[in-house]
Ligand binder design. Structure first.
Ligand SMILES: [Zn+2]
Length: 448
């Protein structure tokens, strides 16, 4: 039987504006969009007149730990959480599964591990480490959406950081295959103060200063300019990085930068000691810095936003001991990407019209998926979220669908509740509950 139905709302996000429209879905595509209210006989007509109908969120920065560390997070739990949060497509990082995605063999293992567990669409990045120089080209052409590297210790020993010479060695290949280099920009130096209290957030913050990020960004931009490659700076936390990035952007459209909701939602001043649930790298900085990130966001200086969901079990997060320096650095927030940003944006004058492209059409463009995803358009994939902008909800353990409940969003009241989610034309979330499974597709980057 053909999958065919209509979605009507007074408020559909189409071509940058909210308008009254009826979306006619056929199979996995948006077959037609009619302005205004329209009933099509013989099929189901879903009336969401009081909700906003928006393109499914695209989260281009997610860590799922399967295979090898599935007890941290797996495809089943992560993609359910994504769907509940209105995310219909995510791109998975080459760490922290085991093996890490630095070879084609490991990439094949990851794809096998994801089989029958994808409740939203999922693509992958590959990784660069000092030991995969010889076979990274094979990985580049295997369907990954980009190559991720670190300039400082990644947190897991199987994914050692590279030096600038490694990046220079692979840059011609990145250029040839038109793939972005995604870089974790922190460059460690030894000028940081001696740590006296491992439970102090301020000491953790000062152990990874702005300067580390800025120095790494400068190095990355130099390599970008030398080889004219696509460079994406992941999870910018220091506002000091923005002027140099903006300066380079005047001369190239190959540089992109993202930030994450936790850098916008939380401030260092409010983070208690001995609470490594807030630990991530680079760290959440002070309010003055984060206000500058907000200004940059309102000023369209970020190319898109991603969750950087990087969960770990409570014992590895050191939730009992409270030791910031022993704890895993990573924030679990996949499910709350949209709602957390909408909530904090409400008080900052960030309208949904400005926020939504940063979570839909702009990441789609970065991923070269903008011919079929990231917008409500005729012929596009029917990846759609239905949002109640008036409703709020409390983040409780019961509603968190991540593998582990530990998240700094636990206990927060968030606005913007996702009511329904459609993935490839199938209703995966109904009334904020999982409704059908395995509707996600594995996405491979097309060779250019
Ligand atoms: Zn990350």
């Amino acid at each position: 039987m053909k999958n065919e139905f209509c979605i009507y709302s007074k408020s559909c996000f189409i071509e940058g504006d909210f308008i009254e429209a009826t979306l006619h879905i056929q199979d996995d595509k948006i077959h037609a969009i009619h302005t205004g209210y329209k009933v099509i006989h013989g099929i189901e007509n879903l009336n969401y007149e009081h909700f906003s109908v928006i393109p499914g969120i695209i989260d281009a920065h997610v860590h799922i730990n399967e295979p090898g560390r599935t007890y941290w997070e797996g495809f089943d739990s992560a993609t359910k959480a994504a769907a509940l949060g209105g995310t219909t497509t995510l791109i998975e990082m080459p760490l922290n599964a085991n093996p890490v995605t630095t070879t084609v063999e490991a990439f094949n293992e990851k794809k096998s591990a994801a089989e029958n567990k994808l409740h939203v669409n999922c693509g992958f990045y590959g990784g660069v480490v000092p030991t995969n120089m010889a076979d990274i080209e094979e990985l580049m052409v295997s369907g990954v959406f980009g190559i991720k590297g670190f300039l400082t210790h990644s947190g897991i020993d199987e994914f050692p950081n590279v030096q600038s010479d490694h990046l220079k060695a692979i840059a011609p290949l990145l250029r040839q295959h038109d793939l972005p280099l995604l870089l974790h920009c922190e460059l460690a130096d030894s000028n940081t103060p001696e740590v006296k209290n491992e439970f102090s957030y301020q000491e953790y913050l000062h152990s990874r200063p702005d300067r580390w990020e800025l120095n790494a960004i400068k190095l990355a931009l130099e390599i970008q300019e030398q080889f004219n490659i696509k460079l994406h700076i992941v999870h910018l936390a220091t506002a000091e990085g923005l002027p140099v990035i903006n300066e380079r952007k005047k001369n190239t459209n190959l540089v992109t930068v993202e930030t994450c909701p936790h850098y916008l939602f939380f401030n260092a001043e409010d983070i208690p000691d001995a609470s490594p649930i807030y630990k991530c790298a680079p760290p959440i900085r002070d309010k003055k810095n984060n206000d500058r990130l907000w200004n940059a966001m309102l000023n369209s200086e970020f190319d898109f936003l991603g969750s950087d969901h990087s969960p770990a079990p409570p014992e590895i997060k050191q939730l009992d001991s409270g030791n910031y320096f022993k704890a895993w650095g990573g924030i679990a927030g996949l499910q709350f990407l949209l709602s957390a940003l909408y909530t904090s944006g409400k008080n900052r004058g960030l309208s949904l019209k400005v926020l939504l492209p940063l979570l839909t059409s702009k990441p789609a463009k970065f991923l070269n998926l903008d011919h079929k995803k990231g917008a409500l358009k005729e012929g596009y994939d029917a990846d759609i979220a239905i949002l109640d902008t008036e409703a709020s909800f409390n983040v409780t353990e019961e509603i968190i669908a991540h593998r582990h409940k530990a998240s700094p969003y636990l206990g927060q009241e968030l606005f913007g509740k996702v009511i329904h989610t459609f993935v490839n034309g199938k209703q995966v979330v109904k009334n904020s509950q999982i409704n059908s499974l395995n509707q996600g597709q594995l996405l491979l980057k097309k060779r250019t």
